[in-house]
Design a protein around this ligand. Structure first.
Ligand code: SF4
Length: 203
């Protein structure tokens, strides 16, 4: 059975593809990630998605557009200053901007599925141990209803290590931060980590 599989990157697609094929699906990859910045990083991740698709002989559909400007416009209302509410993680550990980011990517995937004769869609976001899994599930189910397609849910996190091993065997480029320019700062800025720690101690 055909299924449209949104791909956040190459490495995160390894385990979901293996699992879906074992369950009788033949996925078509769908690369739509305006949340990946800066430009050269987006190019690298797109390159890894293409590399993966070629190595595993999977069809791939690409929205070949670097979306920094649109991402900033969409998230401007929720991204605050350095000590603002979006920079400091909420009690559930996630940012408001992530909700926008999930909805954008999952919504576009559901829409593409509906417009291109896929009855079902899923996403490799459900492989990540770093995302708000329950929130993404709710969002995907809502878009499935709106676009009249089915959302295939599976908790791909069960194959976390297996996915890493496959990506290493395939020699895929592996990124070291989530994607947006804010996540890059959060991953590498020691100053930001200090500010967060101080704010947490105050609260
Ligand atoms: S941290 Fe990741 S999920 Fe959240 S907005 Fe940035 S790219 Fe999207």
């Amino acid at each position: 059975m055909k299924i449209l599989m949104h791909m956040c990157c190459g490495p995160c697609s390894c385990y979901p593809l293996k699992k879906l094929r074992a369950e009788g699906f033949e996925p078509t990859g769908f690369f739509f990630n305006p949340n990946i910045h800066p430009y050269q990083e987006w190019r690298k991740r797109l390159g890894a998605a293409r590399d993966f698709a070629e190595k595993v002989q999977m069809d791939l559909q690409v929205v070949n557009h670097y979306g920094l400007r649109e991402f900033l416009t969409k998230t401007a209302a929720v991204v605050e200053g350095i000590d603002g509410e979006d920079t400091v993680k909420f009690s559930d550990g996630y940012h408001n901007r992530c909700k926008i980011c999930y909805a954008w990517r999952l919504g576009e995937t559901a829409k593409f599925a509906a417009e291109n004769n896929f009855e079902v869609f899923t996403s490799t976001l459900f492989y990540s141990i770093h995302q708000n899994h329950d929130l993404m599930k709710k969002i995907a189910e809502n878009f499935a209803k709106s676009f009249g397609v089915k959302f295939f849910y599976e908790d791909f996190r069960a194959g976390w290590q297996e996915g890493i091993d496959i990506s290493l065997e395939l020699g895929l480029y592996r990124q070291n931060y989530c994607g947006c320019i804010f996540s890059e700062e959060e991953r590498f800025s020691k100053d930001l980590k200090k500010i967060r720690k101080a704010l947490k101690a105050k609260s």
